[in-house]
Write a protein that binds this ligand. Sequence first.
Ligand code: ATP
Ligand code: LTN
Length: 329
Amino acid sequence: MNLRKRIFSGVQPSGNLHIGNYLGAIANWVKLQDEFESIFCVVDMHAITVPQDPEMLRKKTIEIAKIYLAAGIDPKKSSIFIQSQVSEHAELMWILNTIAKMPELEKMTQFKDKTQKGGSESAAVGLFDYPVLMAADILLYGTEVVPVGEDQKQHVELARDLAKRFNQKFGETFIVPKAFIKEEGMRVMGLDNPEKKMSKSAASEYNYISLLDDEETVKRKIKKAVTDSGSEIIYSDEKPALKNLINIYSSFSNLSPKEIEKKYTGKGYGDFKTELAEVIIGFLKPFQEKFNALSDEEVLKILADGATKVRPIAKAKLDEVKNKVGFII
Ligand code: ATP
Ligand code: LTN
């Protein structure tokens, strides 16, 4: 019997995965998979809460799985699967929908942000309901720990509230999960706007460094990244743009922000940016080599095996839930 605690996390197959997704989420998973029983999902059902081109969605779903693998998720240690291939997620979501309350979804920052971008009249009901599907993902597997970036904390809180509410109403059923968020520095901010997080749905590609960007693109984007006034390399809250760049530098090197400050004493933004681009490229090159070596067929097989492995866990929990709410199973 496996007594290790279980973790569950996922990324949407939409847009271009960036170094923020890597540093804030995936890099963390790679470390955790040795300690926890790990399930990582490609959340395609979440992706369609905003319009997607069907062919592109299929392509991106495979791409995300390749990114998981190239980053070091090992299918021998962890299960990797596609959300829509395990229909229990949608079924549990429906049941959780009946205990989730409108105001708790209305206050979700991500929903507010996304409807602000696209206009709330055109927002799909699915976008509003997104956090309930995420709660279903988590609760279906008796997940104890959910490693995500800072921005997802509120959604994990909802999963906790729904688990407690269900348990109270129908008796002990769900484990109440905890979010696991890496230290503060891991919230990577946009290169074009240090006030907002780096985002794959950003309007400009100068907001992010994609994990699949080539050398020239990385250099161009870092060169264009906004910096603060002044010319010294100082790590401080008063210089949010520079602080973000130093955090990125630090994450991809073995230097602390203080050591980076010291290294660039007397030098300007030009030198710092050139070397920052090199540090990022130093990470991306071997990563992309691994990514390119994976075939679609091989990845689809890993995903199908992953779904086969997790389906019985999901089915057992869903049956328990159906029974408790009074369905005949
Ligand atoms: P979108 O902008 O389309 O909402 P996203 O870039 O926020 O997309 P998600 O798929 O929502 O990406 O997030 C995947 C994971 O990456 C989550 O765990 C999220 O917290 C983390 N993440 C996303 N952006 C950042 C960031 N800028 N810094 C750190 N972690 C991030
Ligand atoms: N909403 C998450 C993706 C996601 C997720 C999950 C993360 C969907 N289901 C379950 C952790 C656990 C995001 O990162 N944008």
